[in-house]
Design a protein around this ligand. Structure first.
Ligand SMILES: [Mg+2]
Length: 129
């Protein structure tokens, strides 16, 4: 099981990556949307991506739009991660094709709950089936 963490903050990538590794994922990282797109094209077995909203070069919103334009990523589950609490941003992300969203600051439990919602893990067992 491969996941991609997209965030311009290396600290956030580390924290999210650690959480995903703990539940059994192999984790790839990208620091902006452009790097994420090429990483996804090189790793078509990635099943899940956590995408920061605010990033230089190509932001998360643009990345979600690009991914949803490309049929080869039709099954890729996208979770938007945002610091903004405005519902408009969340609605915009979902409309662009994100499957879920996560508000910063988040806890390990919040991440596990959202992933369980998406069928990406059993929050009880803590490992993907
Ligand atoms: Mg950011």
């Amino acid at each position: 099981m491969k996941a991609l963490v997209v965030d311009d903050s290396s600290a956030t990538r580390f924290i999210l990556g650690k959480m995903l590794k703990e539940i059994g994922y192999e984790v790839l990282e990208a620091e902006n949307g452009e790097v994420a797109l090429s990483t996804l094209r090189d790793n078509t077995d990635v099943i899940f991506a956590m995408v920061d909203w605010n990033m230089p070069v190509m932001n998360g919103y643009e990345l979600v739009q690009e991914v949803r334009k490309d049929g080869q990523f039709a099954d890729l589950v996208l979770m938007m991660v945002t610091t903004e609490t405005e519902m408009t941003q969340v609605v915009q992300a979902i409309e662009a094709g994100a499957n879920e969203y996560l508000m910063k600051p988040f806890t390990k439990e919040m991440v596990a709950d959202k992933m369980a919602l998406l069928g990406l893990t059993s929050s009880e067992e803590g490992s993907p089936s």
